[in-house]
Design a protein around this ligand. Structure first.
Ligand code: SF4
Ligand code: SF4
Length: 342
């Protein structure tokens, strides 16, 4: 059985307790934060187990290599502290059940993984990908299952993720470019945290896009637009790759506006909050986030996660901000896509 590697000695000597001090949804000073994280690590109850809204942020705030959010999730499940009604959790778990209907292209040693997000079947087009495509995989058989940490369910991840890793092993691939950063987080963060062996080198698609744009740099025409980034919860599991957002914007001549809710202080799209914590929180987070984009004069809001894009596109467009996926933004810069109309 896979067990989370969590070292509470690191917490005992932690000088910041940033995991909980920086939490945007729970208000704690350093002393109280330390008390609570130690209680959780010792298997005791804590109000944090009841109030955490599953933003994943503490996975980024901890700079000591511990996994506070995975720990919270483990303890919630052990104590039966549910984040959603059982029927909703079950429905989500059923969606990820392998059906034998996965798709694969012409598989080479390097493959693009669309996970289980059908949007990538349309988004992944053009010269940015022509050095790898049509080597791709899509479907539940390759779905990372990380989303279930929103539902306080690590048991299903421990059951399914090793099978997913085996499915990759059977393909005999060496490098997997993860088109969704939750998949990348599964292979670069969560699987190692549970001692699961990953049989390939995971590559975050931001890194891939950055390198590909550099190869195509002669074709880039600077976009000269002001853009706001909608950072997804899942990117907290790969915060060492977040710098590629600014690096890519610099390459394509797009100005990242300086705003309050950016980088570590980013706000989620709110979709999960609506389901797990109620519509008031969802409304509050979305309003603060979009008002902040408007106040910082962003012309475009670009997305990393298609689920965030589905949730917020219409709402930002109503405020006169053009929604676009980062892949399409890059394709605009190399002349493959027209400007977005609102
Ligand atoms: S989880 Fe990380 S940030 Fe939090 S107390 Fe432990 S070591 Fe410090
Ligand atoms: S996941 Fe987010 S809400 Fe939950 S404790 Fe961590 S930072 Fe706070």
């Amino acid at each position: 059985m896979y067990e989370l590697k969590f070292n509470n000695n690191l917490c005992k000597t932690c000088p910041t307790v940033d995991c909980l001090v920086k939490c945007q949804y729970i208000d704690l000073d350093k002393d109280r934060a330390k008390e609570e994280i130690l209680k959780i690590s010792e298997g005791k109850d804590s109000f944090v187990l009841h109030d955490c809204v599953t933003c994943y942020g503490c996975e980024e705030y901890c700079k000591r290599g511990n996994h506070p959010f995975y720990l919270i999730t483990e303890m919630r499940q052990k104590k039966g502290i549910l984040t959603a009604p059982r029927a909703i959790t079950k429905q989500w778990i059923n969606i990820g059940e392998p059906q034998g209907k996965f798709k694969t292209g012409d598989i080479k040693k390097k493959v693009l993984s669309f996970g289980f997000m059908p949007e990538f079947l349309q988004l992944v087009q053009g010269r940015l990908f022509d050095d790898v495509m049509p080597s791709y995989i899509y479907g539940q058989e390759f779905f990372c299952n990380v989303v279930y940490i929103h539902f306080a369910n690590t048991a299903i991840i421990k059951e399914r993720l090793p099978v997913v890793l085996d499915n990759f092993r059977k393909l005999d691939v060496e490098e997997v470019v993860c088109m969704h950063d939750e998949c990348y987080g599964a292979f670069a963060s969560l699987a190692p945290a549970y001692g699961m062996e990953v049989p390939f080198r995971p590559i975050h698609y931001f890194e891939y896009l950055y390198n590909r744009l550099k190869e195509l740099s002669n074709e880039i025409r600077p976009l000269n637009i002001k853009v706001a980034y909608q950072r997804p919860c899942s990117s907290r599991l790969s915060s060492d790759k977040h710098h590629f957002v600014a690096d890519i914007m610099q390459l394509i001549g797009a100005e990242l506006v300086d705003r309050k809710y950016q980088n570590e202080n980013a706000l989620c799209c709110g979709d999960m909050f609506g389901m797990l914590s109620g519509y008031d929180l969802r409304h509050d987070v979305q309003t603060r986030n979009i008002d902040d984009m408007v106040d910082s004069d962003a012309e475009y809001c670009f997305f990393n996660c298609p689920a965030c894009q589905n949730t917020l596109s219409e709402k930002v467009a109503k405020k006169g901000i053009k929604p676009v996926h980062i892949i399409d933004l890059c394709r605009m810069a190399i002349g493959e896509k027209p400007e977005v109309e609102v």
